[in-house]
Design a protein around this ligand. Structure first.
Ligand code: ZN
Ligand code: ZN
Length: 213
């Protein structure tokens, strides 16, 4: 599996494009907000001759969905996400004003609801959705067992975990979810988070300060 990471928008957020030899691709958390970023994404997909099959959102916080309207208009894909985060779509215009900008387009409604155990497949890639609420109620982690990696959104970071003080957040639930659902995965599993650099399950299990003692 090939993985291309883009860093998009002012937050900035990690957007991941994954595919294999069969050139069917999955896009996770498109954060592309400016025309420059949108063009960069589109041209990259075209240069690799990829067919985009799925648009996945780990969760529906503003920084992770800014590029959804562009992806819908360009590739005709609606986002796949957890229902428990749907209210964040309605909050998006208010949220953007808090950060000092207006959203140019309406948000795209969820096209497919994902939940614990949902399988997302292309010709060559198989991901399994793991529901780890606490950062947001509908936070999903997309796990690829064959390639020993996961796309974790804002659940688990290198040396940190997602904030739990936003609407619908819950610190204990987040911590417990990481322990019970992520730390049981093979330690070599690479974590590609929604912000910052990658890490592994093993490294976070032993070194992450939120899980010491
Ligand atoms: Zn978030
Ligand atoms: Zn985020």
């Amino acid at each position: 599996m090939k993985i291309k990471k883009f860093e998009f928008n002012m937050f900035p957020v990690n957007t991941y494009l994954i595919w294999d030899e069969q050139k069917e691709a999955i896009l996770i958390d498109p954060g592309c907000a400016s025309v420059t970023e949108q063009t960069q994404l589109k041209e990259y997909i075209e240069s690799k001759e990829l067919t985009l099959k799925h648009l996945l959102n780990t969760h529906l916080h503003l920084d992770h969905i800014l590029g959804n309207p562009f992806v819908y208009n360009t590739f005709g894909l609606k986002p796949e996400a957890h229902k428990a985060d749907e209210f964040w779509l309605e909050n998006a215009p208010k949220q953007s004003r808090m950060f000092g900008f207006e959203l140019p387009e309406n948000q795209v409604p969820i096209g497919t609801y994902l939940s614990e155990g949902s399988i997302i497949e292309t010709a060559g890639i198989k991901l399994e959705a793991i529901h780890v609420p606490g950062h947001s109620p509908g936070s999903l982690v997309f796990y690829c067992a064959a390639d020993h990696c996961l796309f974790g959104g804002d659940v688990l970071f290198q040396g940190s975990i997602g904030r739990a003080d936003l609407e619908g957040g819950n610190f204990d639930e987040l911590r417990e979810g990481i322990c019970k659902k992520l730390f049981v995965l093979p330690p070599e599993t690479v974590v590609f988070p929604g912000h910052g650099g990658k890490t592994t399950i093993g490294a976070e299990k032993s070194d992450n300060p939120f899980f010491r003692g």
